[in-house]
Design a protein around this ligand. Structure first.
Ligand SMILES: *Cc1c(COP(=O)(O)O)cnc(C)c1O
Length: 460
């Protein structure tokens, strides 16, 4: 008897998934199939295709959360039908979002944390757009009140994440990304006079530069802007892009002054789904006071019931990530966040010290004073391989570590960066170190004649 005749007699609930007809056929990939497929078989097929994705826990190129507690998964499931924009139907989700904003305002030393305003976003990118828009609107209103030209706004930054270039292009603002000089890895106070003028809507300072993990000196930048106000009459606000550092510095670098303690810092963004420890899909933007968010950027929506203010680029969006963020605040408290971030930082510093012992490397950032990360370059000379080759070689063991050139004007320096996050234990880091050593040994014995590995890393 042909085997499929046997299968036709089996009830779907007792069939083996891999012997069903749908697992024997190749299903259409780029058009919708004509008929239905059994749920459990479709699930297995989709899940199996995802096997070819990388293993998130071994991805040390990303800042984003790759480990969550079971309770977070449960809350995400519980909230799967909650649309956070529908604040009338889900008032508790809205309340929880508001609590998170106030918790962050307090954590970032807003003088009157009850008087601040802020919101959740899909990540730091959307948060940066909103922060940038508020700067642009405030600047324009000020200029119009003075009867001055508003045609050419600019924003001054160090080496920024792509979201600021998007902000500038999408919202028609000139970006002045100050080139790195000498050994500099970020924006320096001495850069500001040359690049700022009356059309500067704000200066972006990064607490956690994407490329290396170092912090830009927010307090020193603010002091220079204070001096420029005295000397030149320019009053330029700072937005801190604390995508990662916003959830690190308040816990393990408590003496560092970078937040709303500085009067010139008018807004801050952070990624809940990075060191905020929330699952993917949440960021935050907070303004120092309600006055910093121009009222005409806020829309009032009444067609979901109620009359709700909204300031966002998106509309419908899941509420689960916001709820999970709040869960983490409640679950861990300051003590828990401090313990986790300190452990990450200690592991990064340990890894930095170990990598420094490898003859071929020169540390660019050794994990001290910034994010729990390390960045290094190859020493001068021919090693028989590039950092791109090394990234590719350790990828064979499942590790993802990024290699890329530094931004302008240091493009000739290629660095490799390793990020240590929640869930990357000392033991895991030790396994990676072993694999890096093994890869270097192999590459040194088998030099790569014409390196074909190309830079192609997208910072996330
Ligand atoms: C990751 C990152 C962003 C973008 O954040 P998303 O949450 O991925 O949108 C912006 N700025 C910095 C400094 C970052 O590290």
């Amino acid at each position: 008897m042909p085997i499929h005749a046997v299968k036709d007699h089996l009830h779907p609930s007792i069939e083996d998934i891999y012997s069903t007809s749908s697992s024997e056929r190749s299903l259409p990939k780029y058009r919708m199939p004509d008929g239905l497929t059994e749920a459990h078989a479709a699930y297995a097929l989709v899940r199996d295709e995802l096997l070819l994705d990388g293993n998130a826990r071994q991805n040390l190129a990303t800042f984003c959360t790759t480990w969550v507690e079971d309770e977070v998964k449960q809350l995400m499931t519980d909230a799967v039908d909650k649309n956070m924009i529908d604040k009338d139907e889900y008032p508790m989700t809205a309340e929880i979002e508001s609590r998170c904003v106030h918790i962050l305002a307090d954590l970032w030393h807003a003088e009157k944390s009850w008087d601040t305003i802020g919101c959740s976003t899909t990540g730091s990118s959307e948060a940066a757009m909103l922060g940038g828009l508020a700067l642009k609107w405030k600047w324009r209103a000020r200029r119009e009140a003075e009867g001055k030209d508003t045609a050419k706004p600019n924003i001054v930054t160090g080496p920024v994440q792509i979201c600021w270039k998007k902000f500038a292009r999408y919202f028609d603002v000139e970006i002045r990304e100050v080139p790195l000089e000498g050994d500099a890895l970020g924006l320096q106070p001495a850069d500001l006079r040359e690049h700022c003028d009356e059309n500067t809507i704000g200066v972006v300072a990064a607490l956690g530069v994407t490329f290396t993990g170092i912090y830009e000196p927010v307090e020193a930048l603010a002091r220079e802007l204070d001096a420029m106000e005295r000397d030149l009459g320019l009053d330029i606000p700072i937005h801190v892009d604390a995508a990662s550092g916003g959830f690190i510095a308040p816990f393990i670098q408590r003496d560092l002054v970078w937040d709303f303690q500085i009067d010139r810092v008018r807004s801050i963004n952070a990624s809940g789904h990075k060191y905020g420890l929330a699952p993917l899909g949440v960021g935050w933007v907070v303004w120092a006071s309600k006055d910093d968010l121009p009222d005409d950027l806020i829309f009032y929506v009444d067609y979901l019931g109620g009359n709700m203010p909204t300031f966002a680029l998106n509309f419908s969006r899941p509420g689960g990530e916001i709820i999970a963020q709040y869960y983490n605040f409640l679950r861990l408290g300051r003590e828990g966040y401090t313990a986790i971030q300190q452990a990450c930082s200690d592991t990064a510093q340990w890894l930095g010290a170990e990598l420094a012992k490898i003859g071929q490397f020169e540390m660019v950032y050794d994990g001290h004073g910034g994010l729990p990360a390390v960045a290094y370059k190859l020493k001068e000379g021919d090693h028989g391989f590039t950092l791109y080759d090394l990234s590719e070689r350790v990828r064979m063991r499942g590790w993802q570590i990024a290699s890329y050139p530094l931004p302008a004007d240091r493009e000739e320096t290629v660095v490799q960066r390793i990020l240590i996050r929640h869930g990357v234990s000392r033991d895991l880091a030790a396994l990676l170190l072993k694999d890096i050593n093994r890869a270097i040994e192999h590459l040194s014995k088998n030099p790569v004649p014409h390196s074909t590995a190309k830079p192609g890393f997208h910072h996330g």
